[in-house]
Design a binder for this molecule. Structure first.
Ligand code: FES
Ligand code: FE2
Length: 370
């Protein structure tokens, strides 16, 4: 008899102290029913990063993307208000906006030419005379909640969710001194990985456990013994003092400052900072066995003068990512083995992973109000 979703969820003990805790069981990483439940209980109820504020700074500028499988458009109105909508035409459901970003004075559906204003209102429908009981005012694009923090735009598909600032909680005060909004966007790298999205998050949250083994270059600039792990409400901050590297010139030249700051906000956002540098990692589930991770790189100086330095810095980030990618895919294969059910956690290193597993368990066990 196959195991029910309830049985799978019940097989994790979120109350165990770290010294006795197990990881979430392997079925959570491999069962498509868990992936589908996450789409509703995790990704449709949390604030999701969708854009940079500078992409939608002026009237008519838009971005389009997909959140929890839902097409989404974010657009700045002529009145200066930032709005988000389901990017689904009210006529026959085509995507109204088909470019990932751009500028428009009207949102024009490419299928039969319906037009929507930047405020989502339905403005015009060709050849629709004679249609009865059709209320144009009730056929605008369906709105979604949108809010901003620092240089980021977030949406939330849950109209009853707490505000973005409540969701981010203590993260806001911890990130503020780093002044990340002063940095400038430089480049993006997208990785398609053959692993469950949680394998990537676990790998990020192991408190540097894997760094000396897997990332020799990165390890040469971190004071590994002093690496700290702090859990807060919905985020974990991993931080390490930096040391001057003589072993790896490229890493030493591009990972500078007194400390490295690695923030993870539940469920799928990482913000990594060094002096004059930030990259964000957004982990997007595709299905139980696949995810996409988007890295955006920001620098203090993005002038032509700094281009070569910035490109070298992105290459260093890319190398670390390649090292992680192979191991994540190996782990996904291992999680499917009959030999593995769940693992234990290092008390010194893996508190962040336990926070993630507990928050995830709470999300998955949440019953929507009828
Ligand atoms: S689906 Fe958009 S106009 Fe028909
Ligand atoms: Fe890593």
């Amino acid at each position: 008899m196959s195991t029910s979703v309830e049985q799978i969820l019940a097989s994790y003990d979120q109350g165990a102290p770290l010294s006795r805790a197990e990881t979430i069981p392997s079925a959570w990483y491999t069962d498509p029913r868990i992936a589908e439940l996450e789409r509703f209980n995790v990704f449709s109820r949390s604030w999701q990063l969708v854009a940079r504020t500078e992409q939608v700074q002026t009237a008519g500028h838009f971005i389009s993307t997909v959140v929890a499988g839902e097409p989404v458009v974010v657009v700045r109105g002529n009145d200066g208000v930032l709005r988000a909508f389901y990017n689904v035409c009210r006529h026959h459901a085509a995507a109204v906006v088909t470019q990932p970003c751009g500028h428009a004075s009207l949102l024009h559906c490419p299928y039969h030419g319906w037009n929507y204003g930047l405020d989502g209102s339905l403005k015009g429908m060709p050849e629709f005379e004679g249609v009865e009981n059709f209320d144009r005012a009730k056929n605008g694009l369906v709105p979604i909640r949108v809010e901003t923090w620092e240089c980021f735009v977030f949406v939330n598909l849950d109209e009853h969710a707490p505000s973005l600032l409540d969701f981010l909680g203590c993260l806001v005060a911890r990130v503020a001194p780093l002044k990340i909004s002063r940095l400038h966007y430089f480049d993006r790298r997208t990785y398609n990985i053959d692993c469950n999205w949680k394998v990537f998050v676990d790998n990020y949250l192991d408190g540097g456990y894997h760094v000396p083994h897997l990332h020799k270059g990165l390890n040469s600039v971190l004071d590994y013994k002093q690496y700290t792990i702090e859990n807060e409400d919905r985020f974990c901050l991993q931080s390490s003092p930096m040391i001057a590297s003589t072993e790896d010139a490229a890493t030493g030249a591009t990972r500078k400052g007194d400390r490295a700051w690695y923030f993870w906000q539940h469920p799928n956002l990482m913000i990594n900072c060094y002096e004059g540098y930030m990259d964000t990692n957004l982990v997007i589930p595709v299905d139980a066995d696949h995810c996409t991770v988007i890295f955006d790189f920001y620098f203090a100086d993005t002038s032509e003068r700094a281009r070569e330095y910035n490109e070298n810095s992105v290459s260093v980030g890319n190398r670390v990512q390649e090292e992680d990618l192979g191991i994540c895919e190996d782990v996904q294969r291992g999680l499917k083995s009959r030999a593995y059910r769940a693992g234990r956690l290092s008390v010194r290193r893996e508190a962040g992973e336990q926070l993630f597993h507990r928050l995830l368990a709470a999300d998955l066990r949440h019953k929507p109000q009828a």
